[in-house]
Design a protein around this ligand. Structure first.
Ligand code: DOR
Ligand code: ZN
Length: 427
């Protein structure tokens, strides 16, 4: 056995003082006492499954002034995320085999943690879905325009869903209806204007359309970044093949004049009312939401410095998502079971990753957490290239150590592997 790790590990829904054995990067046994070639004893500290972020924009290729696979994956690693899934709205957009292969090659050279990629569906590649499926972990469809959007005509939705269903890969939706967005669009001076120009009815319209169109089609559908009570209501009786995700920003922050600078909180879908925010947090902690996703969407400080109406939408979050929620667990705002399901188990299930659970046969991806070591998030100490965070000053619990496939990736606040350690999990 290459390695054994001892501590208070989260196994099958509860904590056990035990040892996790690792061979060839996989968990080979879990027992009270084990001795590998190397034995690490973390004593009273917690060993939790590492997080999986199924929604990030690492901007590589084409916008590496905002982020690239090295900085994005380093941020992920420091935040206890050992696998991320990258969105297709890069330059070029990943919509065919070539762009997907190029992106996978770049990330394989640069990433510190494991990864997957999505293919964007546009009006032009619907007929190639089966071929494209061989190179991607899932698909992304934008029903409304946002940053560097891939245009998709909703008339094609049924046909697209049927084609995707035969690939067995999930399809993720940005659920804001474009016709609706155009109807409400105004010049925006602040976050309240932004909310009014992208009202909840646009999310509701898009989700209604997705639910109706996917009836009778057995596609694996994921609704990204649910942000409104109206959208939530529609999903209450969803069938098993439909999952939904919430971001930290939508369930922890509401739109208001008090947020500074306003552009740092400009995001699509927009931050909404206190009532939306509180309802989302409540359903999240009650097990109604499937996934917690960061929608890490960095832009540079310069870009965010523009007039509100011209500033790009999107906020970073891959490094803070797990630490912030670990702190909320410590505060008893939600349970370990709930958080691990949201950030580890469910994303693994949706993306078919052999991760997310400390169990024999899975990749040995876990984090070590000392519940006593809480700190305040500091933008300067984060690793995203963008250099800012809307969560600056918020309390959090960062992991002491992070393991990917049995290899220590983070310890003593330093990265322990080189670029390219991360692997594409698709092939
Ligand atoms: O605010 C957003 N930013 N929403 C999106 O859907 C895209 C993202 C980005 O890529 O910047
Ligand atoms: Zn996104």
């Amino acid at each position: 056995m290459d390695l054994s790790v001892e501590g208070k590990a989260y196994i099958n829904g509860s904590f056990e003082q035990c040892c996790i054995g690792v061979e060839n990067g996989k968990i080979s046994s879990i027992k009270k006492v084990l001795k590998g070639d190397v034995h690490l004893n973390f004593g009273y500290k917690l060993i939790l499954p590492a997080g999986i972020d199924l929604h990030v924009h690492f901007r590589d290729p084409g916008m590496i002034n905002k982020e690239d696979f090295a900085t994005g994956s380093m941020a992920a690693a420091f935040g206890g995320i050992t696998c991320f899934f990258d969105m297709p709205n890069t330059i070029p957009q990943t919509t065919d085999i070539n762009s997907l292969s190029d992106k996978i090659m770049t990330a394989s050279k640069k990433s510190f943690v494991d990864f997957g990629v999505y293919a964007g569906i546009t009006d032009n590649n619907i007929n190639n879905i089966e071929t494209i499926a061989k190179k991607c972990n899932g698909f992304k469809i934008y029903l409304g325009s946002t940053t560097n959007t891939l245009m998709f005509n909703k008339q094609n939705l049924k046909e697209t869903l049927i084609k995707i269903s035969s690939t067995n890969k999930p399809v993720l939706f940005h659920a804001e209806d474009d016709a609706c967005l155009n109807k409400y669009k105004t010049i925006e001076k602040n976050l309240v204007d932004h909310l009014n120009s992208r009202p909840a009815i646009c999310e509701e319209t898009a989700i209604k359309n997705i639910l109706e169109t996917s009836k009778g089609v057995n596609a694996k559908v994921h609704i990204c970044h649910l942000s409104s009570c109206e959208g939530l209501e529609l999903l209450k009786n969803r069938s098993k093949n439909i999952t939904c995700g919430v971001t930290p920003h939508h369930c922890l922050i509401s739109a208001g004049r008090n947020l500074n600078p306003q552009t740092h909180f400009k995001v699509n879908p927009p931050l909404r009312t206190i009532f939306d925010k509180e309802t989302l947090f409540n359903v999240l902690r009650n097990g109604f939401i499937d996934v917690l996703e960061s929608d890490h969407a960095p832009h540079t400080l310069d870009e965010k410095d523009a007039e509100f109406n011209d500033a790009p939408s999107g906020i970073p979050g891959v490094e803070t998502i797990y630490p912030m929620f670990l702190y909320l667990v410590k505060q008893e705002k939600l349970s370990f079971q709930c958080l691990v399901s949201l950030l580890c188990e469910k994303p693994a299930e949706i993306l078919n990753a052999h991760k997310g659970k400390i169990k024999v046969g899975n990749d040995a991806d876990f984090i070590v957490v000392d519940l006593k070591k809480e700190c305040k998030i500091s933008s300067e100490k984060l690793h995203s290239k963008c250099g800012w965070s809307p969560f600056n000053g918020w309390p959090a619990l960062f992991p002491d150590a992070v393991f990917v496939r049995g290899e220590k990736v983070i310890e003593n606040n330093e990265i322990q592997v080189s670029q390219g350690f991360g692997k594409f999990i698709g092939e």
